[in-house]
Ligand binder design. Structure first.
Ligand code: F6P
Length: 549
């Protein structure tokens, strides 16, 4: 079957299914049963999606017509799947066993993966043992990761999610993540940190990202002023660089022995499994970090070898394609019912929207169908008191991911156990109400309009047995492969991000005008704002001079 035929068959099918309400669909027990799929410790329940078993059959035909199996092999084999940058995307190699062979540019990439892991292990062991010492001889107790995008969101998310798997260390380590270009996060933390026991990890694949380098320069100045010591010594004791471009880290002054490297074929938003994951390994130890990699590897194997009709990333991708391209749903909410997953929505915003926010095909033609929806989210129970109103009664159709661990707090107090049961009840209550609307109560038809609930908002429930490094690794890999599957079907490149480049060029031009207090050759609106900014800054300067004289 050609892809066009598969799209057409789905459009015809959509005409029949569109009018079905979830309150009808959820009466069919056999349907519910057939729409639950499990891998390892993760169950995906698609029964609250507006689909019938035939929908998956037709979607699977679309996947087949799009040559998905061949494209999955290309990803794992290290083929050039990132065409605009002419490189593979081998994040799966970062979690593959040592015995794996993947050739790229005449080398087995697994060798460099394990070399980097070995180096990471040495650093982690040294810091955990209290042997990495600051300028005054005190052991390091505070780790500040400076990075942005993929060099920040993944490690920050994982460190929060897995905090209770903290490795035993000589000294308790504190972890801080700093990303904002304007220095507000850094300025706040520098106020209370002790420079003698603080270690900065400068994490940047390119080592040219101005946000990260600017924060790095502020940290460097702070250390220098606080210690009165020479820069080379401070670099050696207080900075680690993580990058794919060692020359740039050298230029910045980070000594070679304080650098961890990873390859250009690791995409920024796919890099938490690489040396960018150093804060994670510092937090949960190398054993925990390896469990995280193992969980992701298990999902990799599942994605690579399972038939589409039971393949979790494929089913997830296809369901969303159904929502986006056939049911006209263009908003996607990520709703974890577990505070430990607080950073998951931000992480997925980058993973999904930077990967699939594209409107030209691999060959440069405009796409003819919609691609990535707008995605956002929040810890579910908090969002209930914020934007759920729109989910229940707004005009926007929104697909939701409800993510929850079934078990938590096994060794904790009764009150905490009760809090977990509260979260479980709320999660199930929300997905049920969104699906069924006011069908869940009696005599709803007599209620006034502002108390009616239309329901029929589709959702997928992700039920994890429990949250631990292994299961968390599998969950993130699931999303990565979903994104890839969608990109294959939309025929777009999920591994570049040219859309963010033009803004960087413009910012450089504007910075010059701001530094020189002049208006440039910009559009009228920008020039007018520059004039206001210059005037306000000059006014403040005069005022400051006035008060000091
Ligand atoms: O500008 C976008 C981006 O390149 C992301 O793709 C990336 O994760 C982030 O910036 C940070 O890049 P780097 O790790 O090179 O500093």
């Amino acid at each position: 079957m050609t892809t066009e035929n598969a799209w057409r068959r789905l459009s015809e099918h959509a005409e029949e299914v569109k009018s079905l309400h979830l309150k009808e669909l959820l009466k069919d027990e056999a349907r519910i049963d057939s729409l639950k799929h499990r891998h390892d410790h993760l169950l995906l329940d698609f029964s609250k999606q507006r689909i019938v078993p035939e929908t998956f059959k037709r979607l699977a035909q679309l996947a087949e017509a799009s040559d998905l199996t061949k494209h999955i092999e290309r990803l794992f084999e290290g083929d050039i799947v990132n065409q605009s940058e002419q490189r593979p995307a081998l994040h799966t190699a970062l979690r593959a066993p040592k015995s794996t062979q993947i050739e790229y540019e005449g080398r087995n990439v697994i060798d460099e993966v394990y070399e980097s892991l070995g180096r990471m292990d040495e650093i982690v062991t040294q810091i955990h043992a209290g042997q990495w010492r600051g300028f005054s001889g005190e052991p390091i107790t505070t780790i500040v990761n400076i990075g942005v995008g993929g060099s920040d969101l993944g490690p920050m998310m994982a460190c929060k999610a897995l905090a209770e798997f903290r490795a035993p260390t000589e000294q308790k380590l504190e972890f801080i993540f700093v990303s904002s270009m304007d220095g507000s996060q850094l300025a706040e933390v520098l106020d209370h940190l002790n420079p003698a026991n603080t270690l900065f990890i400068l994490a940047s694949k390119s080592f040219t990202t101005i946000d990260t380098l600017a924060n790095g320069a502020t940290a460097r100045e702070w250390l220098c002023n606080a210690s009165g010591l020479d820069d080379a010594l401070l670099m050696k004791r207080h900075f680690i660089g993580v990058t794919a471009v060692p020359d740039k880290a050298n230029e910045w002054g980070i000594p070679c022995e304080n650098q961890l490297h990873f390859a250009q074929w690791v995409g920024g938003r796919y890099s938490l499994w690489s040396a960018i994951g150093l804060p994670i390994a510092l937090k949960i130890g190398m054993t925990g970090f390896r469990q995280l990699l193992d969980g992701a590897h298990s999902m990799d194997q599942h994605f690579r070898h399972t038939p589409f009709e039971r393949n979790l990333p494929v089913l997830l991708a296809l369901t969303e394609i159904w929502n986006i391209n056939f049911l006209d749903i263009h908003a996607h909410a990520i709703l974890p019912y577990d505070g430990r997953l607080a950073h998951l929505p931000a992480y997925l915003e980058q993973l999904e929207m930077e990967s699939n926010g594209k409107s030209v095909t691999q060959s440069g033609e405009p796409v003819t169908r919609r691609t990535c929806p707008v995605l956002w989210g929040e810890v579910g129970p908090n969002a209930q008191h914020a934007f759920y109103q729109l989910l229940h009664q707004g005009t926007e159709r929104v697909m939701c991911d409800f993510i929850l661990p079934a078990r938590r707090y096994d060794d904790h107090s009764d009150e905490l156990k009760k809090q977990h049961r509260l979260a479980l009840a709320n999660c199930l209550a929300q997905s049920r109400t969104l699906a069924l609307g006011d069908d869940v109560i009696k005599h709803a038809e007599n209620a006034p309009a502002h108390k009616r609930y239309p329901g029929n908002q589709p959702s997928t429930t992700f039920l994890l047995d429990e949250l631990n490094p292994y299961n968390f690794g599998a969950l993130i890999a699931l999303y990565e492969h979903k994104v890839y599957t969608q990109a294959v079907i939309w025929n777009i490149n999920p591994f570049d991000q040219w859309g963010v480049e033009l803004g960087k060029v413009m910012a450089n031009e504007l910075l010059e005008s701001i530094e020189n207090q002049e208006t440039g050759n910009f559009d009228g609106a920008t020039n007018a704002l520059l004039t206001e900014i210059h005037a306000l800054n000059q006014f403040c300067q005069y005022k400051d001079q006035d008060t000091t004289s």
